[in-house]
Design a protein around this ligand. Sequence first.
Ligand code: MLT
Length: 324
Amino acid sequence: MKFTFLHSAVLLASLGSAVAQAQDFPTKTITMVVPFAAGGPTDTVARLVAQSMGIKLKQTIIVENVGGAGGTIGAARVAKAAPDGYTLLLHHIGQATAPALYRKLSYNANDSFEPIGLVTDVPMTLVARKDFPAKDFKELLAYVKANKSKVTYANAGLGSASHLCGMLFMTAIDTDLTTVPYKGTGPAMNDLLGGQVDFMCDQTTNTTSQIKSGKIKVYGVTTKARLASMPDVPTLNEAGLPGFEINVWHGVYAPRGTPKAIVDTLAGALQVALKDPMVKQRFADLGTEPVAESRARPEALRTYLKTEIERWAPIISKAGVYAE
Ligand code: MLT
């Protein structure tokens, strides 16, 4: 094909508009997809971050809940979205476990996204309905082992953090329970509060206020050390599950191909949001804190996601859990 003056003029014009688009970004509302139902821990983190990022970007960031299939439906939505910076994903450790759990994912967790940055590491708590017949972890273990599948365990679907914790718990105690899947642990919490389901493992961002108000029982946390927000709650490690630690890390992603200038603008707004006193206080109230600025960067998330995918694959394979 003869490269004419017209071709070069069109190419320059298109390059020029791409640069202008990146320089002016954002010029309209941004959508942040949360791959779980409203009212859950992922939704809570996203709404705080979206509100603060929007102030920095001088644009509204709306949160859209796209639940189902342990977060993979929402992630797929963003993987296929236009790479223009106006559709983002806020997801957690499920982004790293889905490749081992789903044999037919419609996207590649590493290659279908442009990482923006890590957001926060959230601990998990083992919680039960308030009249569950166990006063501590030892009694819970005895009850669960005695009643097995009569005991119901709520999660947010294969690939959710609540599923991952439940899978590791059942493997650790070598006992299968009846799992009840929801589109998020927001709806699951409603059933736990109502006594329709016996217990679940969920993030402090969803359980702290219910625990402190006595509406649910807590038996342990999945951190190495006890939480400052709940110093009387033992770690599961000390309560009877040695080495049982899960950190539900969260990251923000854009579709693959989003221009670097736009990725950098979004990453800059995320870093500002994570220093926002409102975000820091609300995270602290919910038993967590923003990651250090060095981790709220694209390359930090890219590296961490890759190592987490590699870390969880053999663990999940050993548990023998996957979806066709
Ligand atoms: C999970 O269980 O993985 C999610 O945190 C559920 C949710 O955010 O609703």
